[in-house]
Design a binder for this molecule. Structure first.
Ligand SMILES: [Zn+2]
Length: 177
């Protein structure tokens, strides 16, 4: 029997090129994928964050985890969502709200997102399912699916805001060295 031990993985930070590559579909859900999911959940909770895509820990596969529970002041109101090979079916509405990313530390900016989304994915047992979401979960799903396509929320900023971001982020990186 395999003894699964969860492990924290290093979260890759912008501008690491792994964040820019489109991830590959998962063909078989085996022990390696299950271990990956467990590690991703642990890494997301430890950060702490509400979502994590596999390429954020350097694994270029279509796997993402979301747990909004972290945001509810200790009250667990949301289930853990694991999406493998997600596909966006429909998106509706527009909302502009602040967003951040574990791969872009110490920066938040307002981003335009759909308010409702319908996604088809496979769960960790290999079963296909559909999820219809609004509000924060809809936003998190869009953010994580963007990651799996090599996109970051800063890609959605206006040229002016992108420049401000780049200057600030450069300074932040320089301070940390
Ligand atoms: Zn992110």
């Amino acid at each position: 029997m395999l003894n699964m031990i969860m492990a924290l993985r290093e979260i890759k930070k912008y501008p690491d090129p792994v964040l820019r590559h489109k991830t590959s579909r998962v063909e078989h859900i085996d022990d390696t994928i299950n271990q990956l999911i467990d590690d991703m959940v642990e890494t997301m909770h430890a950060a702490p964050g509400i979502g994590l895509a596999a390429n954020q820990i350097g694994v270029p596969l279509q796997v993402a985890v979301i747990d909004l529970g972290m945001r509810e002041n200790g009250v667990q109101r949301h289930e853990l969502v694991v999406i493998i090979n997600p596909e966006v079916l429909t998106m509706d509405g527009v909302a502009i709200e602040e967003e951040g990313c574990l791969s872009i530390p110490e920066y938040v900016e307002k981003v335009k997102r759909a308010t409702k989304i319908r996604v088809r994915a496979v769960d960790r047992t290999g079963r296909p399912f559909e999820i219809e979401a609004e509000g924060l979960l809809a936003k998190a799903l869009q953010h994580e699916i963007d990651h799996l396509n090599g996109l970051l929320y800063i890609d959605k900023l206006s040229p002016l805001k992108k420049n401000i971001f780049k200057r600030r982020y450069k300074r932040l990186l320089a301070e940390k060295i």
